[in-house]
Design a protein around this ligand. Structure first.
Ligand code: SDX
Length: 393
């Protein structure tokens, strides 16, 4: 149509974005939050501390940590009128649109913390969002199973509180399983940020118009919902269950993938940046055995996953395309062993990714050069042409 178009260097440069938050080396399989290797944070830190690190850029002192944890804890309750939103959602609704709707509605209930250029309001919206998203997620689960909602118990930590609101009952005491809490805390750390992925770029893009933190995060939740992004962890379980339903024949499934059968992909494999093993998948695989043994006993789907991975890693089709397990390949098995239904796995991804979204939104807001993100395009349509009256077409 318009012939070849050459890109000027300026165009290419505007495509990249600068950030101090997360470093990824896709070839070497390296992931660091504010310079700290993900392996060290997963082994030594906790999700609240990593949230502080991502948002403020440094590991907190004991006093800073306790003050931050206390400020977040104070905001776990939802406004009673916001709780009523859940009465209106259909019981079989997917929880991700429920989450994005409730987060967007936070802008209507907490209007005293919307100004992105008032530091106090930014701090307040940061604490409110970190505290309320677990409550919203737990209520979305309770709505889906028709059980009464539990108010938060602020004597518990963030992850324990979420597990209790999700799996506890008003009629009887609920003891949080420490193995489950530690495993979920570690999984949240591994999901906490991943530089300019689809959902984080969405949060930055929406925030670049000076939209408030709740509105920008709601957009990020919708981007994460997609099966090629955050929806992949649920899609992995559906894929494994499909293979099991067909008698567990991994080889014939792999052949279908290689034949590029429409809609048949090796979910949980491949990555836009990692052309090596995703370092998060390596950590998760290591803990999957331990966690599954303690929580869920031997899961036949784990055997299928291990066979699938072994088969793919030795097959030229996948090797030539740099297709390795990503963060989603094993997470679903652990979430299933914890008792979460498959369609809630992406909600757990959102809970983990939240501090990353907040850190990027704040970084972009603090950037004096920030202006509305306006990607340029390469026009490939028709050159100018005259209008043709309908009776001549
Ligand atoms: C996440 O960006 C992030 O950081 C995301 C994330 C985060 O933390 O935010 O890491 C989280 O989203 C992880 C990815 C989860 N998605 C999935 O697991 C879905 C399955 N994966 C694919 O959709 C795919 O691998 C992508 C989209 C994730 C990445 O695609 P790429 O690397 O850009 O590869 P491509 O689409 O350019 O394809 C290259 C080739 C193609 O074959 P050919 O045309 O060359 O013959 O690889 C093939 C593709 O068909 N291919 C796959 C495949 N992924 C790519 N073939 C089978 N199964 C797959 N999963």
């Amino acid at each position: 149509k318009t012939g070849l178009v050459t890109l000027d260097p300026g165009f290419v440069n505007t495509a990249a974005c600068e950030s101090d938050i997360t470093y990824i080396d896709g070839e070497a399989g390296i992931l660091r939050y504010r310079g700290y290797p993900i392996e060290e944070l997963a082994s030594n830190s906790n999700f609240v501390e990593v949230s502080y690190l991502l948002i403020y850029g440094e590991l907190p002192t004991k006093e800073q940590y306790e003050d931050f944890a206390d400020r977040v804890r104070r905001h776990t309750l939802l406004h009673e009128d916001l709780r009523k939103f859940f009465d209106g959602f259909p019981r079989d609704a997917h929880p991700m649109p429920v989450l994005s709707s409730a987060v967007s509605a936070l802008s209507t209930f907490y209007q005293d913390s919307l100004n992105p250029f008032d530091q106090q309001q930014v701090e307040l919206s940061t604490h409110r969002l970190l505290a309320k998203l677990p409550t919203i997620a737990a209520y979305a689960y309770k709505k889906s199973v028709g059980q009464p909602f539990l108010y938060p118990d602020n004597s518990l930590g963030l992850v324990e509180n979420f597990l209790r609101m999700t799996f506890g009952f008003p009629a009887e005491p609920y003891e949080v399983d420490p193995t489950m809490a530690r495993a979920l805390d570690m999984l949240f750390i591994l999901h906490a940020d991943h530089e300019q992925n689809c959902s984080t770029s969405t949060v930055r893009m929406v925030g670049s118009s000076e939209a408030n933190l709740f509105a920008s995060t709601s957009a990020g939740i919708n981007a994460l919902f997609g099966p090629l992004h955050g929806g992949a962890n649920s899609a992995v379980l559906e894929m494994l269950e499909g293979i099991r339903a067909e008698g567990g024949d991994v080889d014939s499934f792999v052949e279908r993938v290689k034949n590029k059968e429409p809609g048949v992909k090796l979910m949980g494999f491949g990555h836009r940046v990692y052309k090596n093993y995703d370092p998060r998948a390596r950590i998760i695989k290591k803990t999957a055995d331990e966690v599954l043994e303690k929580l869920g006993g031997d899961d036949p789907l784990l055997d299928i996953a291990l066979k699938l991975e072994e088969r793919a890693l030795s097959d030229d089709y996948f090797i030539e395309r740099n297709l390795y397990p990503n963060v989603d390949f094993y997470t679903g098995l652990i979430y299933k062993a914890m008792g979460f239904p498959t369609k809630f796995f992406t909600v757990l991804f959102a809970l983990g990714r939240l501090p990353g979204w907040i850190a990027h939104w704040r970084e972009m807001m603090d950037d004096p050069a920030r202006k509305i993100s306006r990607p340029r395009q390469v026009y490939t349509g028709y050159a100018e042409r005259p209008y043709v009256p309908m009776n001549e077409r």
